[in-house]
Design a protein around this ligand. Structure first.
Ligand code: NAP
Length: 281
């Protein structure tokens, strides 16, 4: 039976460090403030927003939600970003994406101040990751996956890691973070021909497909370490990861659960970046 890599342990450790920083800021009369910008009422965004607001409250971080119509123009959204950049009270900005199709996402990504870009959408912050500089803001999900591996002392140097995802929010930045840890990384996607073989030969497999229970036990070996980033609904209407957890956990050496794994660290990483943004002001 695999060791279960619970996200809570990792999140609690990050929260402990964050608490000290928040106390220090308080002595100077400062409280970090996260501003969330949401266009429309996408159920997934609203639910994620609620959990962030709740987590902010629990951590002693102020939060503010700005809700706008999906019909908002690029110019208006750009103007809003500039207002928030200029607002000295705002420490960090989180804009829910994907944006409506008519909005010029490239223009919006560059309109947020890199110093308030706690979700790492500005090309300058992403560029830092691709240059191997990990001291700035990171995309929260890949950072959460790496923090789980580091917290559980999974050796990465020289190990073979397969990442099944090539998106800019998960796979590509994750590959850069793993390279920084001197892992040998293989990136897989929907056109990869021998996925099962590549996964089964790897030391660590990170899955982020969004297809419930896609990865069955024959994708892994007895020593596999499995980090499941995917979140979707399985046929029985329950939240599920990409991995067929019950059977795979019987076989591999370590595995993250869904829920309770990567997702439970992601929000804490975001909050930590809000505190860092306030500290750097
Ligand atoms: P995405 O852009 O749709 O990426 C999915 C990736 O999976 C793509 O690279 C795609 O390949 C690949 N893929 C799809 N089917 C495949 C197959 N049969 N074999 C191999 N590769 C395949 O999604 P995303 O935004 O990166 O998110 C991925 C998952 O992570 C989703 O379940 C999302 O809910 C979850 N997520 C979790 C968190 C968290 O905090 N836990 C945060 C963000 C996202 P192509 O590039 O060839 O299409």
């Amino acid at each position: 039976m695999a060791k279960v890599l619970k996200g809570k342990e990792v999140a609690d450790k990050i929260k402990a460090g964050m608490k000290l920083s928040i106390e220090e800021l308080k002595k100077e009369g400062r409280t970090p403030l996260l501003t969330i910008v949401r266009l429309g009422n996408n159920a997934g965004d609203v639910s994620y927003e609620k959990s962030i607001v709740k987590a902010c409250e629990a951590a002693g971080i102020k939060s503010r939600v700005i809700e706008r119509e999906t019909t908002m123009t690029t110019e208006k959204l750009e103007g809003l970003m500039q207002e928030l950049n200029a607002d000295s009270e705002v420490s960090g900005i989180l804009l829910f994406r994907p944006l409506p199709k008519h909005i010029d996402e490239e223009r919006i990504r560059t309109s947020v101040s890199p110093d308030k870009d706690v979700d790492c959408m500005h090309p300058l912050n992403l560029e830092r990751i691709f240059e191997g500089r990990m001291d700035g803001f990171s995309p929260c999900t890949p950072k959460a996956a790496v923090e789980i591996l580091v917290h559980n002392q999974v050796p990465l140097e020289g190990r073979n890691v397969v990442v099944v995802n090539r998106s800019m929010v998960v796979g590509k930045p994750l590959v850069m973070m793993l390279l920084e840890k001197n892992a040998t990384v293989t990136i897989c996607h929907s056109r990869t021909k021998n996925l099962k073989e590549l996964c089964s030969k790897a030391d660590v497999v990170v899955t982020a497909l969004g297809k419930a229970k896609f990865f069955t036990e024959d994708f892994f070996n007895d020593d596999s370490i499995v980090i499941d980033v995917g979140v979707s609904m399985s046929e029985d209407g329950k939240l599920s990861g990409d991995v067929d957890y019950d059977s795979v956990a019987e076989k591999v050496s370590m595995i993250t659960p869904v829920p309770g794994g990567v997702g439970s660290v992601t929000t804490t990483i975001l909050l930590n970046q809000v505190v860092l943004a306030e500290l750097k002001k």
